[in-house]
Design a protein around this ligand. Structure first.
Ligand SMILES: Nc1ncnc2c1ncn2[C@@H]1O[C@H](COP(=O)(O)OP(=O)(O)O)[C@@H](O)[C@H]1O
Ligand SMILES: CC(=O)N[C@@H](CCC(=O)OP(=O)(O)O)C(=O)O
Length: 303
């Protein structure tokens, strides 16, 4: 035989092998991925997101996508002459505004993500929390300066039925969920913050990981004065920080806390502006954002 041939693709094999421990660890595990409206600004990023989710699916994980669409809703409301107002980080949602919210989330943003994922095969199925009683809510009245405020059709999740999502996962599909909930009597629907919905679903599904993609690097220690990202913190450490956090981060970090306090192993806030941030986070040990772990973290760094 002649001398050994030079295989120029060998570094690729090295990269695949480096992912082996992570592939083994995450095999069969459910990962809830929240794709924020602010991270959905760029066509290339959206395609890379879809590729990552499909990659996870083919690597044996069970991804569930929950999407936001705040900026897209604000734009549509503006076109309808409705002014966007937020209280306690949540959109004040009149009945008219709710029609627009539902149209944008279920009819526009969700359809686009389903389309991008399905470019890779017959994988994604879109639903909202209304479908098969996936999410039931009651009217949410947050406190602002100690006073209860009425913010219209904004819901607080009271019940989750994971049946439809689990059936889709068992059938090898990728559920794409819009954050709209039904009311107990099916009389109307509620607008639910997408971070809150993703966290509640992650807990109800017994997911291994909740991953929240947004438009910052992670949780900044002293926002907006410094860009020092907190790379890892426990539930109790996060709980202490919560009162200091500002609007957009509040539902995200409250969601992460809820998730890890209810069985999810890790909740991560990562930068959706970095292409393939999901793969970097799942398959390398260079976590790129903020990771929240339960207080007793038996697996330590391996989480
Ligand atoms: N401590 C913090 N660390 C990082 N971002 C913060 C912090 N506090 C507030 N923010 C704001 O939260 C925003 C993310 O939330 P949001 O706008 O709701 O994004 P998304 O559409 O991804 O849900 C950031 O762009 C930033 O302006
Ligand atoms: C009650 C409430 O505020 N609902 C959000 C739902 C969409 C969302 O959460 O989108 P992002 O993740 O892109 O912020 C809203 O109407 O904007």
């Amino acid at each position: 035989m002649s001398t050994t041939r030079k295989h120029t693709a060998l570094p690729k094999a090295q990269i695949l092998i480096e992912a082996l421990p992570w592939l083994t660890r995450h095999q069969g595990k459910t990962v809830v991925i929240k794709f924020g409206g602010n991270a959905m600004v760029d066509e290339e990023l959206k395609s890379a997101f879809a590729q990552d989710v499909v990659f996870l699916h083919h690597a044996g994980l069970k991804p569930v996508v929950v999407h936001g669409g705040g900026p897209q809703i604000s734009k549509a409301l503006d076109r309808h002459g409705i002014v966007s107002e937020f209280k306690a980080g949540l959109r004040v949602t009149t009945e008219d505004a709710m029609d627009v919210v539902r149209m944008v989330l279920a009819g526009q943003v969700q359809r686009e993500l389903v389309g991008l994922l399905n470019q890779h095969g017959p994988l994604a199925i879109g639903l909202t929390g209304e479908d098969a009683h996936t999410m039931t809510a009651t009217k949410h009245q947050p406190r602002v300066d100690g006073e209860l405020v009425d913010i219209g059709r904004v819901g607080e999740i009271t019940e989750i039925d994971t049946g439809a999502i689990e059936a889709l996962l068992a059938d090898g599909r990728i559920p794409v969920v819009s954050s709209i909930a039904r009311s107990q009597d099916d009389g109307h629907v509620y607008n639910v913050n997408a971070d809150t919905a993703a966290a509640a679903l992650a807990a109800a599904l017994d997911a291994e990981t909740l991953m929240v993609l947004t438009d910052v690097e992670g949780l900044y220690e002293d926002w907006p004065n410094s860009d020092e990202v907190i790379s890892k913190l426990t539930a109790t450490e996060l709980e202490k920080l919560l009162p200091e956090l500002a609007s957009g981060m509040v539902p995200k970090m409250e969601g992460c806390l809820h998730a890890v306090r209810n069985g999810v192993h890790t909740a991560r806030v990562i930068d959706g502006r970095v292409p393939h941030s999901i793969l970097l986070e799942i398959f390398t040990d260079e976590g790129i954002g903020t990771m929240v772990v339960p207080d007793a973290d038996p697996e330590g760094e391996a989480a």
